[in-house]
Design a protein around this ligand. Sequence first.
Ligand code: 0O2
Length: 237
Amino acid sequence: MTDTKEASRLLYHRLAEFADNDSLQALQQILTSTKDLMSCYRCAIMEVETKFRVLNERFSLVHDHNPIDTIQSRLKSPESIHQKMLRKNLPFTLEAIEKNLSDIAGIRIVCSFVDDIYMLADCLLQQDDITLIERKDYIKNPKPNGYRSLHLIVEVPIFLQNEKRLMKAEVQLRTIAMEFWANLEHQLRYKKDLPAEIVEKTAERLSECARQSAGLDAKMQEIRDAIEQAGGDTAVR
Ligand code: 0O2
């Protein structure tokens, strides 16, 4: 399968067969600027990921406690960016994308316990190079379908050869149970052409699963709190 670089090279050469020089230059310019912007978002992902890796390392050293189970990152796909811009009725230009979309750089932090989510969010937001743009607490206020996670839209500086740029990134913090539910819900949501009653029943059942997963998180947290109060070691290894 060809990668994005190869695909743009092929596209450029196909266009060169019938487009005039000015149009080709304009296209080349757009491709270069797009690559530049996407590279900056990749750098933002690296910066934020590193911050969480450092926090995990320090907590394991100082408290013998690893708050993070996994870290996943993704750059939003061009199709997904395009769909979101259409949905928001915005022009598909680089300026509009950078100004209006905050989730092109996405970092997901999966924790074992709910308390660790809030502790990590606080630690990140205390750092003096991080600016909080928006906080959506879908743990305290789950979405109507049952979706839970803490979302932080932050601005983080990236340091390039000759400049510093402020980039937006979306950090999603969730427990293993929230991650399990969201992944399955995402898969099931895209099953097409189902009868209406099945769709309705599925939504109800997913919502019930979300309630059960919230109950499980609460119980696990209680168990950990009880062990800690009794002076035990609850480090996740
Ligand atoms: P992907 O594939 O992760 O990129 P806004 O960004 O504020 O204009 P939006 O996008 O509704 O509006 O923001 P919100 O509600 O904070 O959700 C952003 C992301 O959270 C989604 O990204 C999903 O990753 C996740 N999410 C939100 N709601 C749900 C849900 O009901 N189920 C699941 N499984 N995930 C959810 P994208 O862009 O949809 O997709």
